[in-house]
Design a binder for this molecule. Structure first.
Ligand SMILES: [Zn+2]
Length: 110
């Protein structure tokens, strides 16, 4: 019996990393929502971290996650609090109160 060791003991499957990354991103967005009422700066920080993880591991954010932050200043968006949500035809427009810019999100009707 030979004790065969992997040639790359530190090399994990990238899919494995992506799964972990997705979980972390999900948690960060959840924490962002939780912390918003306490201090929205925490929420912004969580979004920043989530985006960094997504970029590092090439993980795509879900459409639900994408609409939770401003595409321009990357601040956490809470409808009715720091952003105005408008429905126009097949797009949702989020206007960020911080940078005064719009983010348009298309959605598929079920
Ligand atoms: Zn903004």
């Amino acid at each position: 019996m030979t004790n065969r060791r992997s040639k790359h003991p530190h090399k994990k499957k990238s899919e494995e990393f992506q799964l972990i990354a997705k979980e972390r991103i999900k948690k960060l967005f959840e924490q962002g929502v939780e912390m918003f009422n306490t201090d929205s700066r925490f929420s912004d920080r969580y979004i920043e971290l989530a985006r960094k993880i997504a970029m590092k591991y090439k993980v795509k954010l879900t459409s639900a996650q994408k609409r939770m932050f401003c595409k321009h200043c990357y601040s956490f968006l809470m409808p009715g609090k720091n952003c105005i949500v408008r429905l126009t035809g097949k797009t949702i427009t989020y206007s960020c109160k911080k940078c005064k810019k719009f983010t348009r999100i298309g959605y598929k009707s079920k």
